[in-house]
Design a protein around this ligand. Structure first.
Ligand code: NDP
Length: 250
């Protein structure tokens, strides 16, 4: 695994170098969807297709590798499957986006993102030596990581759920979300997702985990800033004290 580290560092550096560009480009899906990004496909199918590689790549590496066939390995795998089982197979079908589309280019980029990030994590869990021993269960980083991951998952899920129910079945418009973590930020779903992957990085205590958290923040902080500005432009009555993504800070 140490031989992989330089590639993970380079991949993580790429996220940091791309950040100035990502804050200038609106990711062209959902409310920012644009025809300028080429051919489109069905939004919900697009979500399933782009998240499926992540759902599959980590369990496949785990099954092929010989490391971590213990409770620590299964715990890490279970949290991964919880997140990506939901994101791939449940979230897209719950969204009220019937008839909406997503650029195939976005789907393709997300597939690359998921294969590389998921691949590094899969190699970490399935193959990295010396692996996690049972003593990792008594390390505070393990349980702080699990706690942060589950807290982030809950914030993300509850916030996406609140957004989804702003629309009646068949509607596709936008309104101002209130309540829950929306009291503090415009995009608590993105905030929750970032917390989740910070927790996962802590739980796995690995460059692969840190790289995933950095890429998630690099994707979602610019998107949340775009959403925040969009709400402020669209709704004169938008709450003035609400931040974009990190309560009281950003
Ligand atoms: P959004 O907040 O843009 O949208 C979430 C859902 O709610 C969509 O179905 C959207 O519809 C709907 N929605 C959002 N705001 C409103 C509103 N004001 N009124 C009515 N409906 C609304 O989230 P994203 O699409 O950016 O992401 C979806 C999930 O995927 C999130 O949980 C996010 O954290 C995660 N994600 C993770 C990434 C990572 O790098 N790990 C990258 C990208 C996303 P519509 O699509 O029509 O706008």
């Amino acid at each position: 695994m140490t031989t992989l580290n330089p590639y993970i560092w380079a991949w993580m550096l790429l996220a940091i170098l791309l950040l100035p560009f990502l804050v200038r480009i609106k990711a062209p899906y959902g409310r920012h969807q644009s025809r300028a990004w080429g051919p489109l496909m069905d939004n919900r199918l697009g979500w399933v297709v782009m998240e499926l590689p992540a759902l599959l790549v980590v369990p496949i590496c785990f099954l092929l590798g010989e490391q971590n066939r213990n409770i620590v390995g299964y715990l890490i795998l279970a949290l991964w499957l919880l997140h990506y089982g939901h994101r791939t197979l449940i979230f897209p079908l719950r969204t009220r986006t019937r008839g909406k589309q997503i650029p195939i280019a976005v789907v393709a980029m997300a597939i690359v993102f998921n294969l590389v990030n998921g691949g590094f994590l899969g190699l970490q869990i399935g193959f990295a030596e010396p692996g996690y021993g049972l003593e990792w269960l008594s390390d505070p980083r393990c349980w702080m990581g699990v706690g942060l991951f589950l807290a982030g998952f809950w914030i993300n899920w509850k916030s996406d759920d609140r957004l989804i129910h702003l629309r009646k079945p068949g509607e596709t418009g936008y309104s101002i979300p209130y309540g829950g973590w929306f009291r503090w930020v415009s995009c608590p779903n993105h905030f929750g997702e970032i917390i989740e992957w910070v927790g996962f990085a802590m739980l796995t205590w690995s460059w692969a985990g840190l790289s995933f958290a950095v890429w998630t923040a690099a994707n979602l902080i610019p998107r949340a800033l775009d959403h925040h500005r969009w709400y402020q432009d669209k709704f004169a009555e938008y709450p003035k004290n609400r931040k974009a993504v990190i309560p009281f800070i950003l």
